[in-house]
Design a protein around this ligand. Sequence first.
Ligand code: GSH
Length: 204
Amino acid sequence: MKLIGMLDSPFVRRVAITLKLLGLEFEHQSVSVFRHWDAFREINPVVKAPTLIEDDGQTLMESTLILDYVLNAKKPGSSMLPAEPAQRFRANRLIALSLAICEKAVQIVYEHNLRPAEKLHQPWMDRVHTQLHAACAELEHELESEPFAMDERQFGLAGITVAVAWNFTTAFVPDAVSVEKYPKLQAFSAFAEQQPTFVATPAV
Ligand SMILES: N[C@@H](CCC(=O)N[C@@H](CS)C(=O)NCC(=O)O)C(=O)O
């Protein structure tokens, strides 16, 4: 099994950390969707990271679908996602909010890095920032009401994704979010980044 994509992508990183915490063997190839366009196209013509390559050569995109496949095919019964319906709903809600944060932060990065400055469309950026803050506020509220276990082996997919999303956002679009405004997110992410698997899977 191969995981393709750079660890500065929060989508790639959450898959890599999860595979490691599950104890699964995989080869990670740091191929960039921008700098290694041709090489990436040969692996996956759609050029999306993460891409998983199975041993039979089939490829799969979308971090959530990759994790769904891996959990079902390789680690059925793992505790990465709770089985109990209400707990599962909450875990999926936290994951969805975190993925929204990642998506909005990536849109800000792309708007500033890929688009010429004179073509930056401020109404679109305003909308993206509003969505980013809404997701951060919802997550902060969730962490206030129920914090994660302080052990990376018990974070589950939700904890991994929350931590990775916040780390990515504060590292790559630091002007977009104030860490003081979201103290629970900041504290949890800071703790997570000290855990062995997070340290062994650095974003930069
Ligand atoms: N929803 C996707 C998002 C993946 C994504 O947008 N990845 C970025 C890298 S951070 C990418 O492939 N960008 C290239 C592009 O969209 O053209 C997932 O969860 O895997």
